[in-house]
Design a protein. Structure first.
Length: 262
């Protein structure tokens, strides 16, 4: 059993504070950026796709903005609408926390779509690249959640349980690490196996990302404490589970209808 004593702050220079969570975002974006370009160069014929590899740099800017806006709006709408309705000024206080993965995902999809239309590139091509590299950012993000001692798991007596003193003194599942493994490492391997498969077609990675992530997230939600102010809906499912079920359904529809989205 481990007692969590990790400091969310990596460096504190007084006027400048560098947190592990910020490092996680930066690492996820930089590594995903680098790997995405490698995938494009070695997997795709950019001439056939009418795509200039340098444009991928511009896509990253779209994605960063989409993640921030989508993640914030998603958190407000899905998890804490009543609070932000009463305190609208707090909406801009992103540094205080409050980001939703599902909201960020919606933002990424729309951001990629608008970028693709502007550059006259196939949307599915770009979404597949994003799907292959996104698990890297998810992995680092979940590790940062663990370091921050947030999104904790349910109480348990397993020998690898973790006590989060900032929460209480009960041993809990390190659900953040479960998510890092499933939504990060395992999902990354699955996405890239799909990509290198000889039967790969545009849209396969995008649609399967929605299905696999949704499935892994639902598993993780069994071990994770629901948000205190929301609890369980119908005394059965968390908001994360509901959103992930919808995500899987959309992924299945997208897999069947993906040719209509080119």
């Amino acid at each position: 059993m481990y007692t969590h004593n990790l400091d969310p702050v990596l460096f504190n220079f007084g006027i400048l504070i560098i947190r592990w969570y910020s490092i996680a975002y930066i690492l996820g974006i930089l590594i995903g950026w680098w790997l995405g370009k490698k995938i494009i160069l070695y997997k795709f014929n950019v001439n056939d796709l009418n795509f200039n590899i340098k444009e991928f740099d511009n896509l990253i800017t779209y994605l960063i903005i989409s993640i921030l806006i989508g993640g914030r709006i998603g958190y407000i709408l899905f998890y804490n609408f009543s609070y932000y309705f009463s305190n609208p000024v707090d909406i801009i206080k992103i540094w205080e926390g409050g980001m939703s993965f599902h909201g960020a995902l919606i933002g990424i999809i729309f951001g990629t779509y608008f970028f693709a239309k502007k550059k006259k590139v196939q949307t599915l091509f770009l979404l597949d690249i994003v799907a292959c590299v996104s698990p890297i950012g998810i992995f680092f993000g979940r590790i940062a959640n663990f370091i921050n001692g947030e999104l904790v798991g349910k109480t348990t007596d397993v020998y690898w349980a973790v006590i989060f003193p900032n929460i209480d003194n009960f041993p809990r599942h390190p659900s953040q690490l479960y998510e890092a493994i499933l939504e990060g490492l395992v999902l990354f391997l699955l996405m890239n196996l799909i990509l290198i498969n000889k039967n790969y077609k545009l849209g396969n990675c995008s649609s399967m990302f929605l299905i696999f992530y949704g499935f892994f997230r639902i598993i993780s939600e069994f071990f994770r404490e629901p948000d205190a102010h929301l609890g369980y809906f119908f005394n059965l499912v968390s908001m994360g589970t509901i959103l992930s079920v919808i995500m899987m359904i959309v992924g299945a529809i997208f897999l069947v209808k993906k040719n209509d989205f080119k």
